[in-house]
Design a binder for this molecule. Structure first.
Ligand SMILES: Nc1ncnc2c1ncn2[C@@H]1O[C@H](COP(=O)(O)OP(=O)(O)OP(=O)(O)O)[C@@H](O)[C@H]1O
Ligand SMILES: [Mg+2]
Length: 271
């Protein structure tokens, strides 16, 4: 049986153009990095469009995308592959990273800081001029397909001393900085993804901008574009704006009752 990780990370070509609203020259930069065979690191808060951007670029560059969500129990072997017992035989099964390296896919390691330290040993030779992947268990050294590209994402907001990326890892990537978009563009996205009118979407965005400003008072992260889209989708289902904002924007952010009251006041102010 393939591991859950490899099941989740079966690479695919994206056939329909993902909706993506550009914020600057990030697509141009990504394409230049792809052409120059440079690995890319995408930094930004949760729900600001990192994954959507990588899907969009995968579509634009016509390369399959293999995504791996990193977590603290992710071993190097989850990326590389392992021997599996099939009937009486042991057969090798490539992990998602190995598949991407062989087929020339974009390998997207989501939340790389969460991964165990042994995974960095694996990605270092892949992300410098060597572009090789060493599979010790098989005694195999793979030279990456010319179209293979490594992309990692990382949320600097969660950064702790323990979980920061090492300089030797950071300095192997070019870095694209993402953030929540300017109000008019974010509203356009919320209206599009949530199927609501632009006026209501703009109000949701101004609520989020206010919440992002009160971050110092105990919120570790502001309301994401993703949460605004959730609120919009509830509104589209006929839920009142006030209830949608409470359930999709206010409650997910915090368990602190006083903070929830503050957020409630903001909702009442705006709508
Ligand atoms: N520039 C954009 N163009 C189109 N849609 C966007 C854009 N930015 C955000 N979105 C919308 O916001 C949603 C959340 O974005 P996405 O999943 O890419 O966030 P993320 O940065 O990968 O978050 P996380 O760090 O939590 O994984 C997307 O599903 C998409 O609907
Ligand atoms: Mg993501």
């Amino acid at each position: 049986m393939p591991s859950q990780n490899s099941l989740e990370a079966i690479g695919h070509l994206i056939s329909k153009e993902p909706y993506y609203l550009s914020t600057g020259d990030e697509a141009e930069m990504f394409e230049a990095a792809f052409n120059a065979r440079l690995p890319v690191m995408i930094k930004g808060p949760t729900g600001c469009g990192k994954t959507r951007f990588v899907e969009y670029m995968s579509y634009q560059l016509k390369r399959p995308l293999i995504t791996v969500a990193c977590h603290e129990d992710l071993f190097a072997s989850d990326l590389l592959g392992r021997y599996l017992l099939k009937k009486d035989e042991t057969v090798w099964s490539d992990g998602p990273l190995t598949r991407a390296v062989r087929m020339g896919a974009i390998c997207y390691l989501d939340e790389i800081v969460e991964a165990r330290k042994d995974t960095t040993v694996v990605i270092h030779p892949l992300t410098d001029t060597r572009r090789t992947l060493s599979i010790d268990k098989k005694g195999e050294l793979i030279h990456a397909h010319p179209d293979f590209m490594m992309v990692i994402s990382y949320n600097p907001g969660y950064q702790s001393v323990l979980k920061d990326l090492k300089q030797s890892t950071r300095q192997r990537f070019i870095s694209l900085e993402f953030n929540y978009l300017e109000a008019s563009k974010e509203a356009e996205i919320v209206a599009h993804e949530g199927n609501i009118d632009i006026k209501t979407a703009s109000k949701l965005v101004s609520l989020a901008k206010k919440i992002r400003n009160i971050r110092e008072h105990g919120l570790t992260e502001g309301a994401s574009t993703r949460l605004l889209i959730y609120a919009a989708q509830l509104i589209d289902q006929g839920i009142s704006v006030y209830d949608a904002c409470r359930s999709a924007v206010c409650f997910p952010l915090t368990d602190d009752v006083r903070l929830q009251e503050t957020l409630n006041d903001l909702i009442e102010d705006i709508f």
